[in-house]
Design a protein around this ligand. Structure first.
Ligand code: SAH
Length: 211
């Protein structure tokens, strides 16, 4: 995600209640924050938020949390909400790094994780940083409920192949797979990157797995 230097990004983040600032204190208590017992879906690396906003809009009985590590990127999500005149009580945003996942969620607090167009980190020496590396998969396993699901989309063939192997090595079960998601006759909620890459003619790879 291209990062612009956004003026007052930090102040805007502090002043908008959609952002959860004391996120480590919420560990184990996210359902209290949402004030209901609905399942929680988490998107890691949500970028500017198109995908998670649309999901939250269409699914009021699911709680959504968007994770993004850069303030200057995540701060653009509330603008999208204001443009559409939307208030979504089932959506919270967190500016944090997925490395800290286990400090932010207790075991089995999450029902589904979305990974969309994660940074491919093409060099082998950076493989551990990929969001489907075994290090991250083990974190996901902890915070996900039994039968919890990961949905993964990318146009990057290298990352897709790596993720297949990594998930297989870690003994995840493949529930669904596509080498060309957009050829399906389905109503797909797309991300910013997905729109851009599919317009260029790139195929979108898709995986759905559970432990
Ligand atoms: N999902 C969006 C953005 C994809 S770019 C889309 O499909 O349009 C990948 C995003 O993941 C970037 O915004 C990057 O800052 C974020 N990201 C990468 N590693 C992360 C991590 N460890 N924790 C949180 N966000 C991360």
């Amino acid at each position: 995600m291209r990062r612009r230097n956004i003026k007052n990004a930090h102040e805007r983040l502090i002043n908008d209640s959609i952002f959860v600032l004391n996120y480590e204190e919420q560990c184990g208590k996210w359902n209290q924050l949402f004030n209901n017992d609905n399942p929680i879906y988490l998107e890691i690396g949500m970028g500017k938020g198109k995908f998670i906003i649309e999901h939250a809009k269409r699914n009021p009985n699911i709680n959504f949390i968007g994770f993004e590590k850069y303030e200057s990127v995540i701060i653009q999500a509330p603008t999208k909400l204001k443009e559409q005149n939307l208030e979504l009580p089932n959506l919270k945003l967190v500016c944090a790094d997925a490395t800290d996942l286990e400090k932010i969620f207790s075991e089995e607090e999450i029902t589904k994780i979305f990974l969309n167009f994660s940074d491919p980190w093409p060099k082998n020496k950076h493989a551990k940083r990929r969001l489907t590396s075994e290090i991250f998969l083990r974190k996901y396993e902890k915070v996900l409920k039994k039968d919890g699901i990961i949905e993964f989309k990318t146009d990057n063939r290298g990352l897709f192949e790596y993720s297949l192997i990594s998930l297989n090595n870690e003994k995840w079960t493949f529930l669904d797979l596509s080498l060309d998601l957009h050829s399906r006759d389905e109503d797909i909620i797309t991300t910013e990157y997905e729109d851009r890459f599919s317009e260029k003619g790139n195929q979108i790879y898709y995986l759905e797995v559970k432990k």
